[in-house]
Design a protein around this ligand. Sequence first.
Ligand code: SIN
Length: 280
Amino acid sequence: MNAPSQAIEVHPVTGGIGAEISGVDIARELSGENVAKIREALLDHLVIFLRDQEITPEQQIAFVSRFGEPDIYPFVKGLEDYPQITPILKLPDETVNFGGIWHSDTVYLAEPPMGTVLYAKELPPMGGDTLFANQYQAYESLSAPFRDFLDGLTAINSAAKGSAAATRSDRVADGGTGREEVLESEHPVVRTHPETGRKALYVNTGHTVRFKGMTEAESTPILDYLYQHQIKPEFCCRFVWSPGSVAFWDNRCSQHYPVNDYHGHKRLLHRITLKGDKPY
Ligand code: SIN
């Protein structure tokens, strides 16, 4: 029997990106109608937020599995019994936060994840917010000739880029998978979203090294401009977590940045990524 529907409401949090969803308890089995409404909200708003959820690892996996297939993060071991769940942890004596640079998740893979679901377990007394940026807006707000130039380019993305690699060093030292090969991908600089058909900028300062066929010296000034442009405040929202909060973002058209302003405190969230397809 189909699960009964819950009365979901969607409340945008800015003009450009992000919406809070109320009226749903994701510990319960969701109806097909509720899954469709949540997916529609994700496609419309790029990142959605739910508050006050009490879910076990099994319930997080069950929720995420209604939207796709959970993936395994390559460099840090998942929970003992749930390898799909990566603990996103910063301890009171640590100063580096995991993923603490603007990025879209694991763009260095041939098929990067379509989305990510993060569930807040333990939070600092203040700080530790996450910013999100709309990459449709970043693309659409460029001039037509510059868009035409970027449309023809391919980006080389690498897991070894120092700035992003440094943000996972504590977790790799503490619970790494032992994978040491350099993961590298080639993806279009402007990707077309497979569900909405809209074009989004798909380079990021965490992983993108250069444009294919161009040197780093030629690529860097253009990439540096794009890294500044793509996180303009008008493309962004900021999520203030509370225990039980869930954020579900679309990696195909957004980027995120966890703010590292809570030294001396613990922050722990459970992350599941959803398998994606080859960007085009
Ligand atoms: C991540 O990049 O998955 C971490 C996001 C966060 O800690 O808020």
